[in-house]
Design a protein around this ligand. Structure first.
Ligand code: GTP
Ligand code: MG
Length: 378
């Protein structure tokens, strides 16, 4: 059976009628991500079916209307690596910009299997009950090979993914972390323009991606489990310093007592750690994503955080500096690419690498030589 005949498991198997699944596939398929299988009754699925290309107005109006399918298409447009799409995407983003920013951006990290997805399901449902619209995104640079992990998580977010007020998007396939970062940041903006006022971003608890997610959210939550060896060794101090709250999950059944003990230990340790947000002491809490105990408490902590940081001006100033840092990060990446593609640099790079690694050229001399090649000097 060809790929075009076989619909993904989650795609509507009835030609798109009542297409309500809000877990959107990544850039696979057409550039808009909504490929062959997204037909409707009046426009049935066909191997030859081609979606008409959309104008800037179509993308902007559809997104602002909160149309789920159009939201998915706009995100896929901003995720595209093609030059033509990038120009169109920037025009669309420029038009959407006035409708962005009005949300609480929350990052969630933690050890693999710690319960992040289950927690997002529980928190998301709690928040929606309070009248919010929730977008769930994932940042996982490693999934550029496997194609995104959050789809596999659908079982953990089963009820949430069916909720009309929730939109779930897997990690973009972006190659480099820089690529994933740009796409995720722009996706946040698109979701905000579509009326989602709480953005939950799950990231894997290893490596560089925490720092990246910290740089795009207002509130950063570190989810942990008790009993995973020495409580204070379990997680790197650096990550603890990025967090606005530590949450010990799986505080249920026999584990409840351990979770409380762990919470107290972390609480003591936090006294000695520089808070992630100016003027806010970081605290530790417990919850169970399965029973729901403690979910309301952590949401009230987040709401209080927003209120207080808005009053003090920290909320706004962090957003402003995040945006400017983003410009710098993109510039860095751009310049680096330009540099490494420069023919003069490409010519001498292997011999310079050899000279540095075998100890015949000092690193500073190597850099000076490379820069002069880049500048066209010999
Ligand atoms: N008892 C208990 N089990 C939980 C709780 N939260 C999650 N789990 C279980 O822990 C396992 C992992 O949960 P996930 O939500 O997939 O964890 P994750 O952190 O998203 O995992 P990765 O995305 O793979 O890093 C699942 O079997 C969950 O059912 C909880 O509060 N209590
Ligand atoms: Mg997960």
């Amino acid at each position: 059976m060809s790929k075009k005949d076989k619909l993904p498991e989650w795609a509507p198997q009835n030609g798109g009628e009542g297409f309500a699944c809000r877990v959107m596939e990544g850039v696979e398929g057409g550039h808009d991500g909504i490929a062959f299988y997204a037909g409707t009754k009046s426009s049935p699925v066909s191997a030859n079916y081609e979606r008409p290309s959309l104008s800037v107005d179509d993308y902007v109006d559809g997104t602002l209307r909160g149309d789920i399918a159009m939201l998915g298409r706009t995100i896929t447009l901003v995720e595209s690596n093609s030059h033509a799409h990038m120009e169109l995407a920037q025009e669309v983003l420029g038009r959407l910009l006035p409708g962005t920013g009005n949300s609480m951006r929350i990052g969630i990290t933690g050890v693999p299997g710690g319960g992040k997805s289950t927690f997002i399901e529980a928190l998301g449902r709690h928040i929606i009950k309070q009248g919010h619209k929730v977008a769930v995104l994932a940042v996982d640079p490693s999934s550029s090979i496997t194609g995104g992990s959050i789809l596999g998580d659908k079982t953990r977010m089963e009820q949430l993914s069916r909720d009309i007020n929730c939109f779930i998007r897997p990690s973009p396939t972006g190659g480099t972390l820089g690529g994933v970062t740009r796409k995720s940041r722009e996706t946040i903006l698109v979701c905000e323009a579509a009326g989602y006022d709480v953005i939950l971003i799950e990231t894997v608890g290893v490596g560089q991606s925490e720092i990246t997610v910290r740089s795009m959210v207002d509130f950063f939550l570190l989810l942990m489990v008790a009993g995973a060896g020495d409580e204070l060794q379990g997680i790197k101090r650096g990550i603890t310093e990025l967090a606005d709250a530590l949450l010990i999950n799986k505080a249920d059944g026999d584990n409840k007592t351990f979770a409380k003990v762990a919470r107290n230990e972390y609480e003591r340790a936090l006294q000695y750690i520089q808070p992630a947000t100016k003027g806010r002491q970081t605290h530790a809490y417990t919850c169970s994503a399965v029973t729901g105990e403690g979910i309301d408490k952590i949401w009230s902590v987040i709401e209080d955080f927003r209120k207080k940081t808005t009053e003090s001006g920290v909320f706004e100033s962090r957003r402003r500096s995040q945006t400017w840092d983003w410009v710098h990060a993109m510039l860095n990446e751009h310049l680096r690419t330009l540099f490494l593609k420069n023919p003069g640099v490409v010519d001498v790079l292997p011999e310079i690498e050899k000279a540095v690694t075998n100890g015949t050229m000092p690193p500073t001399a190597a850099v000076n030589k490379l820069i002069s090649m880049f500048e066209g000097k010999k």
